[in-house]
Design a protein around this ligand. Structure first.
Ligand code: PGA
Length: 255
């Protein structure tokens, strides 16, 4: 059975006190309302991770993740944070290749490949994001783009490394826009991703891979998206900043 995962990406929002408050609320609602095998990952700004770890001691459903890390382990890279630092702060996951990192910080496939390596070396789980822009979808090149993002940044990993990844399909045109991919559009791409992974590695590995959907996912559309055969959960931006909305999305997987 593939792991069902709902991850929240807080992006650059919430100061320390507000982050603690939201996380405490999320933990409380999880205890009250979440009854299933789903995994929840909360990705706050990295500076909050240590404090949030203290709050969640003993909670086996929730893990913490970062939103990025540097591609090297240490060195003269002023202002950067390494995967080993994140691990030692209590993170278990790291988002790699988010479209905002690709667009605003010029992260290309080569850097992302290095980041995946360093994240895995440090025993963290990458949530590796791929997805096309609106221009690419309109031009009908989205499958080529997604295949190339997979090949250039992730397919150098051997099977034992790749099987540790979580993938997230995030059409760039759906992120923060309120414009969600239809369940059919998302399912079509998720199935394509799984097929490419099966072709490169094996169908067993592809069948075990969790592929999340991200892009304007909310409590109203989550159930239909997550009911698709190849959609194993979501990477949630805006709606993860409201405890009730985030929990209602997680509850889609309640048994
Ligand atoms: P959104 O963001 O849910 O606000 O569209 C998703 C993401 O960027 O991961």
């Amino acid at each position: 059975m593939r792991k069902k995962i709902v991850a929240g990406n807080w992006k650059m929002n919430l100061d320390h006190a507000a982050g603690l408050q939201l996380y405490a609320e999320i933990l409380k609602l999880i205890n009250e309302d979440v009854k299933g095998q789903q995994k929840v990952v909360v990705c706050p700004p990295s500076i909050h991770i240590t404090s949030l770890t203290q709050l969640s001691i003993g909670n086996s459903i929730v893990a913490l993740g970062a939103q990025n890390c540097h591609q090297f382990n240490s060195g003269a890279y002023t202002g950067e944070i390494s995967a080993s630092m994140l691990k030692s702060s209590g993170a278990d996951y790291v988002i790699i290749g988010h479209s905002e990192r690709r667009a605003f910080f010029a992260e290309d496939d080569l850097v992302l490949a290095q980041k995946l390596d360093v994240v895995l070396e440090n025993g963290l789980i990458p949530i590796f994001c791929i997805g096309e822009t609106l221009e690419q979808r309109n031009a009908g090149t989205h499958f080529d783009i997604i295949e190339s993002q997979l090949k250039e940044a992730a397919f150098h990993l051997d099977g034992s490394q790749f099987q540790k990844l979580v993938l997230a399909y995030e059409p760039v045109w759906a992120i923060g826009t309120g414009l969600t991919a239809t369940p059919e559009q998302a399912q079509e791409v998720h199935a394509f991703i799984r097929a490419k992974v099966a072709e490169h590695y094996s169908s067993d590995l592809a069948n075990e891979l969790s592929i999340l959907y991200g892009g304007s996912c909310n409590p109203k559309n989550a159930a239909e998206l997550f009911s698709q055969k190849d959609i194993d959960g979501g990477l949630i931006g805006g709606a993860s900043l409201k405890a009730r909305d985030f929990i209602d999305i997680i509850k889609v997987f309640n048994s």
